[in-house]
Write a new protein. Sequence first.
Length: 141
Amino acid sequence: MEGMLLFVYGTLRSCNDNDVRRDLSKKSSYIGEAYYRGKLYLVDSYPALIPSDDPSDKVIGEVYRLHNSETIEKIDKYEECGELFPKPYEFIRVQDVVTMIDSRASVECFVYLYNRKVEGLTRIKSGDFCKDRMYRDGVLS
């Protein structure tokens, strides 16, 4: 599993004084921007991704090549985060296809998907949501 790919769309969380984005840059190589056919919903302070069959639903994110197979377990430890964050069981990690924006090539990546009903959640209009906001100490600001 050396060199597996991870699609990141903003759910990585900093918790317990752990800067997850910094860890990601140390333990992986940035490949480029991509999109996933899905929708974003707001869960607590974080965007949650669900798949969609509608071609107009595109969540923009980044693809990283992980340096080794253990990296994915160390990057986003849901179980170590506090009460302000979505619960660990609300997300599942699956392997799915994303499309690279620069080449339109499809690649298989690990993607964290929301695993709960979306009724009552606020739909986030654009995948650019994650780029337009800063995550600080695990809280969206």
